[in-house]
Design a protein around this ligand. Structure first.
Ligand code: GDP
Length: 327
């Protein structure tokens, strides 16, 4: 594959080239990894900076309905929107519950939108890397907004929050019990909580739920990256397309404030460092499972089990091997 040509096409906002490039970063083949790295390096710093929005919510809460309506609203305003998915279920089973193109019919046919389902990978770390690189590619291809969708299970929120400028949590109207069901860590990650389905019979419940969450958010520690009034909860109806414009203006207000106060830049810098360390960690782990380290690990496993060597002495031996191979 001609990487220079692919790069030029991406910069010219060629969607097919973008799709091909994402396929390349999703590949596990060593030569593809090499080419992907080359491509990403050649694109570094080019294109504009998109607004990266992470969106999480449990299945059924209305993520695809919301993304469809929200995405259409943004494209109507002349913005180009990309949608990517980080799906931990695809990591486990190979099957995906997110990012299915047929779920967002209008948006997937929209020339100013680009939808990419989650790659099937063997572990979340793999999905994370591909998604992060796909975000960078979408940015290089000139998308103004990149929505990164995930389901509210496992660690995928952390992964998505670490590649987003803004993190949205989508919730359904529910009684007080549900509030406890949202883990504190996830609440702390959210910049804006959107209580969806605020329409028809559910409207009153949605407003109560929203008030409950507003109260809960006020109890959280004040974060330096937030202006007055954030994080906040608000109601929307994806089906009736209510509250979407207000939600968008809150997002832009928050982003503008963070840009003006250096928090936006600091967050991206912190994320770059986070992923750097994460890649080193993943790389080390991979080395542990190949070559002499793998053999030593297998041999020492048995000895440790028999009590012939202590766990720390055995670990030391393996780690020494890694050092040798790294030199
Ligand atoms: P996802 O699994 O989070 O992607 O959820 P979906 O977008 O597939 O929506 C799940 C169900 O909730 C569907 O039957 C939608 O029609 C419904 N739904 C989504 N948004 C709304 C909304 O704003 N109001 C109402 N009443 N139903 C909604």
């Amino acid at each position: 594959m001609d990487i220079a040509e692919l790069r030029d096409k991406i910069l010219k906002q060629d969607r097919r080239a973008l799709a091909r490039a994402i396929t390349l970063v999703e590949s596990g083949r060593a030569d593809h990894r090499q080419q992907a790295a080359e491509l990403l390096e050649s694109l570094r710093g080019s294109g504009s900076q998109a607004l990266r929005i992470g969106l999480s919510g449990t299945p059924g809460v209305g993520k695809s309905t919301f993304i469809e309506a929200f995405g259409m609203m943004l494209t109507d305003q002349g913005l180009r929107v990309a949608v990517l998915a980080v799906d931990p279920s695809s990591a486990r089973s190979g099957g995906s519950i997110l990012g299915d193109k047929t779920r967002m019919e209008q948006l997937s046919r929209n020339p100013n939108a680009f939808i990419r389902p989650s790659p099937s990978q063997t572990h979340l770390g793999g999905v994370a890397r591909r998604s992060r690189e796909a975000v960078a590619l979408c940015e290089a291809a000139g998308f103004d907004v990149v929505l990164i969708e995930t389901v509210g299970v496992g660690q995928s929120e952390t992964v998505v929050a670490e590649m987003s400028d803004l993190f949205l949590l989508l919730l359904a109207p529910a009684g007080g019990d549900e509030l406890q069901g949202v883990k504190r860590g996830i609440m702390e990650m959210a910049d804006i909580i959107l209580v969806n389905k605020a329409d028809g019979d559910l409207k009153a419940t949605a407003m109560r739920t929203c008030a409950d969450y507003s109260g809960a958010l006020r109890l959280l520690r004040k974060r330096p990256q937030d202006p007055e009034g954030f994080p906040k909860a608000m109601t929307v109806s994806a089906v009736e397309q209510q509250g979407l414009e207000t939600a968008w203006s809150e997002m832009t207000a928050l982003t503008d404030w963070r840009r003006e106060n250096g928090h936006w830049q600091a967050r991206r810098a912190g994320q770059a460092r986070f992923w750097f360390h994460e890649e080193v960690r993943q790389g080390l782990l991979a080395r542990l499972h190949e070559g002499s380290a793998k053999e030593a690990l297998a041999a020492l496993d048995q000895k440790v089990a028999e009590g012939a060597v202590t766990p720390s002495a055995a670990a030391d031996q393996v780690l020494r091997l890694l050092q040798v191979s790294a030199a």
